[in-house]
Ligand binder design. Structure first.
Ligand code: ADP
Ligand code: MG
Length: 323
């Protein structure tokens, strides 16, 4: 069981940032309105995610850390509404780190805690907590030195975590995110009011971007594209400024990225990168987001349609911006 978990962990848990992604997605699935992420040592020594979601009942705590015990498959694979659906994240994390779950379900008398270390479970036992869930991951990969060796510096891992949170936050403007820790300067993204989603984009990408970007809104054969395209900006390092979402899920898909590059090709000067936020929404049956457990790649039934929509919309926006 533990070996299988460790193999699965290799798929789900590549680095601290992938742990943060899974845990924050769980918090969002639980309806959290506030999510706090604390890190230490680039997330290698500590990750702590605190949310105010519906919590986990005592009886379900042991199930939550067992493989393939997801509460989210009720609608079948075709109708995946929630972000998580594999039931692999927590057991995988528990097999390569010291994991603790403390939770108080809505309406429950008290909180309970369960610990997992090296695949062994302790608890649940009573603990102190208001409503919600606190998940702590300590000493990630301490039992898998080979993987530990592949991690980058604390600083690099820490900024990868920031990047994951920024990307998720854009898709959940009504949720307050707080990112803190001894290894970083704190970031607070206040929840924005409905209709003011642009404010979240401004919090994450800067008012410079939102003031100089063009709103995208186009649809073709059941695929809708909304978002913002900005002028290519100078930015050192790689192209970290393309935010893409498919049905509300952050993705980093090769086809979408290449469509963006293609759309911007004419407008690009040297050392500049496209800056854009793209929300693609389509029938879940026309897209497979389940290609990889890390859930970053997608497979569209009609990639040409999506590509055409992205390229066409951004080119039209560019023409307007250039006026
Ligand atoms: P999945 O999210 O794919 O179902 P996970 O291993 O990520 O699998 O989580 C296992 C289960 O634990 C979830 O299905 C959910 O019921 C519960 N859970 C995990 N995190 C939270 C949380 N922050 N709040 C409430 N329930 C949670
Ligand atoms: Mg999950």
């Amino acid at each position: 069981e533990t070996l299988i978990d460790q193999i699965a962990a290799g798929e789900v848990v590549e680095r601290p940032a992938s742990v943060v992604k899974e845990l924050v997605e769980n918090s969002l699935d639980a309806g959290a309105r506030r999510i706090e992420i604390v890190t230490a040592g680039g997330g290698k020594s500590l990750l702590r995610i605190t949310d105010d979601g519906h919590g986990i009942p005592e009886a379900e705590l042991p199930l939550a850390v067992r493989r393939h015990c997801t509460s989210k498959l009720a609608g079948g694979l075709d109708a995946i509404a929630s972000l998580g659906f594999r039931g692999e994240a927590l057991p995988s994390i528990g097999s390569v780190a010291r994991l603790s779950l403390r939770s108080r379900a809505a309406g429950a008398d008290g909180a309970h805690e369960i610990l997992v270390q090296g695949g062994r479970t302790e608890g649940p036992r009573p603990a102190a907590l208001g409503q919600g869930t606190v998940i702590e991951v300590r000493d990630l990969f301490h039992a898998v030195p080979a993987r530990l060796k592949f991690l980058k510096s604390d600083r690099a891992e820490s900024s990868a975590i920031t990047e994951v949170v920024r990307r998720i936050a854009v898709a959940f403007p009504g949720v307050r995110f707080e990112l803190a820790g001894e290894d970083r300067s704190p970031t607070i993204l206040e929840a924005v009011a409905p209709g003011r989603e642009i404010d979240r984009v401004a919090q994450v990408l800067g008012a410079d971007f939102t003031d100089n970007s063009f709103a995208l809104d186009a649809a073709r054969e059941g695929v809708r594209l909304t978002g913002h395209a900005g002028l290519p900006t100078f930015h050192r390092g790689n192209a970290l400024h393309q935010f893409a979402y498919v049905n509300g899920r952050p993705v980093r898909d090769k086809m979408i990225l290449s469509a963006i590059r293609g759309a911007y090709a004419d407008a690009m000067a040297r050392d500049r990168h496209p800056v854009c936020v793209l929300f693609l929404d389509l029938d879940p049956r026309d897209v497979d987001v389940n290609v990889h457990p890390a859930k970053a790649d997608v497979r569209f039934r009609d990639p040409g349609l999506v590509r055409g929509l992205v390229v066409g919309s951004i080119r039209a926006a560019m023409a307007n911006l250039a006026l």
